[in-house]
Design a protein around this ligand. Structure first.
Ligand code: MG
Length: 269
């Protein structure tokens, strides 16, 4: 279930370790989430569509992003182009195969780009998968859900507690696999020693609250252990959806690449 791989840190001097885990949950009969932690590309995609089409869409999304590992994104435009390419490929696959019509996927994650001559994190999001950042014992939700309930909360129609139980909580307003192509949200931020990112599908954030995610995110120095612990907690809490987590830890001393071994694990069943 867990295997260590040599580091692939092309084009970066950041010392980063990552772990990942994914689980079908207790209700769904197959897992349409995909996770990626390769090179400096870290992402979660949560596919949707019948007849396993969601899995096809989420796979296309992460496979397209993985091409950034080889090419190494130079700037935000490279990531935006990769997301547009993923959308194009999903639409093309829909047209080729009628059973895949209507499939789509969320995608959220982080990668490294050059901004103003130095390495920065680029955070990207389409849909309701999420990126959290944990630093100095504080956790911040970096992304903003593209969902019906988020819009209702923003409009003051419902509050956050009502949103968590709202019947429309799974309805997203942006997804890859749309025409016209969805506009991704992106944020660029400088790396900071000791910070940690949690990238997850809504099977995590819909099952356990942010306080619990934060508590579990800080329980172990090993990002793989944390990814598995978060996924296990969501399954334990009900596992109503597929649940996927990628945890990325930046080493405490800047430029320390000795801790760069990317640990990969996938507890998919
Ligand atoms: Mg989901």
């Amino acid at each position: 279930m867990t295997s260590a791989e040599p580091p692939v840190l092309r084009g970066t001097s950041l010392g980063v370790r990552a772990g990942m885990a994914s689980h079908v949950g207790r209700v769904r009969d197959h897992n349409e989430d995909q996770v990626a932690a390769e090179g400096m590309v870290f992402a979660v995609a949560d596919g949707m569509g019948g007849h396993a089409a969601g899995e096809v869409a989420s796979r296309i999304a992460v496979d397209t992003l993985r091409e950034l590992v080889v090419r190494a994104a130079e700037g935000p435009d490279d990531v935006i182009r990769a997301l547009a390419e993923a959308n194009r490929r999903i639409l093309a696959t829909q047209q080729e195969t009628p059973a895949y019509r209507g499939m789509g996927t969320t995608v959220a994650g982080i990668t490294v780009v050059d901004a103003g001559g130095s390495e920065h994190w680029l955070v990207f999001n389409i849909g309701d998968s999420r990126v959290y950042r944990l630093a100095d014992d504080r956790m911040t939700l970096l992304t903003r859900d593209h969902s019906e309930v988020r819009e209702l909360v923003d409009a003051g129609v419902i509050n956050a507690v009502e949103a968590a139980r709202h019947p429309l909580r799974h309805v997203i307003t942006r997804a890859l696999g749309s025409d016209p192509a969805p506009v991704p949200d992106i944020w660029v931020l400088p790396p900071s020693p000791g910070e940690r990112f949690v990238i997850c599908s809504d099977g995590l954030s819909g099952e356990i609250d942010d306080d619990e995610i934060m508590r579990l995110a800080g329980t172990d120095p090993d990002p793989q252990a944390v990814a598995e612990r978060l996924v296990a907690a969501a399954v334990e809490a009900g596992g109503g959806d597929n649940v996927s987590v990628v945890v990325v830890s930046v080493s405490a001393s800047a430029g320390d690449t000795s801790a760069g071994a990317a640990t990969r694990g996938d507890s998919r069943r």
